[in-house]
Ligand binder design. Structure first.
Ligand code: KIV
Ligand code: ZN
Length: 386
């Protein structure tokens, strides 16, 4: 099996669907161009039937993006598929992504269809979409809560109907990592024509395990991961692209896979999304949070200043930062304080450093974080001769 894991970014579709994250055409286009710089294999640009604006945006993105595949989402009706097909028609690499729910609860309460009808809709949709586009992806919504036997039957039938990618969504973020891994393994074992399609996963984060589920899926044979920048998405979000990519990259010896993502574009992409939506990333968010490469505790600062690998498992440069951050606060020690002072042009003896350090800890107790200006003021007040 190919060792590359394809990264399918759905920030502009599933991510944008969440409250507070909607974007206009220009904003989506800017982000799409950045996703191309990031080398996302697939950019899901929107849900064209949802609105005239979304249709026009997907079409515009399709006209401009040359390297990444551009996907458009649609339900299984011909009206939906027509709209998606027209929207991605100008794309260099178009994909139609059609979906229908396969869990009993969704079929009964939402679709009001029985299994036979859902199977029939799925197959006809894939066949119909195939008339417009070589690459058709099929998603079984709420797959993780579906009867696995029915899921195998649907996937076998849609692959026969021409689906090139079959996607397994954990739509409500219900699966646990070992269950989800097992589901992917069972699909590999029970869908006889599985080798003719790419096996994809799409995990939501309601229990905070979307990334873990995606990685377990990879371990059990998934070849594409659907995810979003900063993990944005419905409710608690989707699996975070940056976390998945850096897990696969940093632990490649364990996972044995790679992605094509330009990891030094992760931070610029994350920041662009923040700038566009106005929603800050939590400070301690893995990879792209402000604190992901920041050190305040004295013991950690001492280690990192001598050898960053003592407390960093990847370099800040590898994700697009210029370096780590040594934050001076009440947990900082003399070693980091002295390094900072040296950077600011001071060369203090032991006693002088001790005097400054005592005042510094008092200030840090009060201010929590001491910035360069405050430090300079503190030195000139403590050591006026300097
Ligand atoms: O979560 C989900 O099931 C989806 C599908 C439409 C892929 O977003
Ligand atoms: Zn989703």
């Amino acid at each position: 099996m190919e060792n590359q894991i394809k990264i399918f970014d759905t920030t502009l579709r599933d991510g944008e669907q969440s409250p507070g994250f909607s974007m206009n055409q220009d904003e989506k286009l800017r982000l799409a161009l950045q996703l191309e710089r990031l080398k996302a294999d697939v950019i899901e640009a929107g849900f064209p039937i949802a609105s005239e604006g979304d249709f026009r945006t997907v079409r515009k993105i399709s006209q401009q993006i040359k390297e990444s595949t551009v996907a458009a989402l649609c339900r299984t009706t011909t009206k939906d598929i027509d709209r998606a097909a027209e929207a991605v028609e100008p794309a260099a690499k178009p994909r139609i992504h059609t979906f229908i729910a396969t869990s009993d609860i969704h079929m009964e309460y939402k679709l009001k269809k029985n299994r036979e009808q859902v199977l029939e809709s799925a197959v006809s949709a894939v066949e119909y979409a195939g008339k417009f586009c070589d690459e058709v992806e099929f998603s079984a919504e709420d797959a993780s809560r579906s009867d696995p036997e029915f899921l195998f039957e649907v996937f076998t039938a849609v692959i026969d109907a021409g689906a090139k990618v079959i996607n397994v969504p954990d739509t409500v973020g219900y699966a646990l990592p070992w269950e989800f891994g097992e589901l992917i393994r069972s699909i590999r074992e029970n869908v006889p024509n599985i080798e003719q399609a790419t096996l994809s996963v799409h995990c939501h984060n309601d229990l905070g395990v979307a990334v873990a589920n995606s990685l377990m899926a990879v371990r059990n044979g998934a070849q594409q991961i659907e995810c979003t920048i900063n993990g944005i998405g419905e409710r608690a979000g989707n699996a975070s692209l940056e976390e998945i990519v850096m897990a696969i990259t940093t632990r490649k010896n364990n996972i044995g896979k790679y992605t094509n993502i330009a990891t030094d574009q992760l931070m610029p992409t994350s920041r662009l999304l923040t700038e566009i939506t106005g929603n800050e990333v939590q400070l301690n968010k893995a990879i792209v949070g402000e604190n992901a490469f920041a050190h305040e505790a004295g013991i950690h600062q001492h280690g990192v200043l001598n050898n960053p690998m003592t407390y960093e498992i990847m370099t800040p440069e590898s994700v697009g930062l210029t370096g780590n951050k040594i934050v001076l606060g009440k947990h900082s020690g003399r070693f980091a304080l002295n390094k900072k002072l040296q950077k600011l042009g001071y060369s203090l003896g032991k006693d002088e450093l001790n005097q400054v350090y005592v005042k510094f800890t008092n200030l840090a107790d009060e201010k929590k974080i001491v910035n360069e200006q405050e430090l300079l003021a503190l030195v000139s007040e403590t050591l006026p001769q300097q």
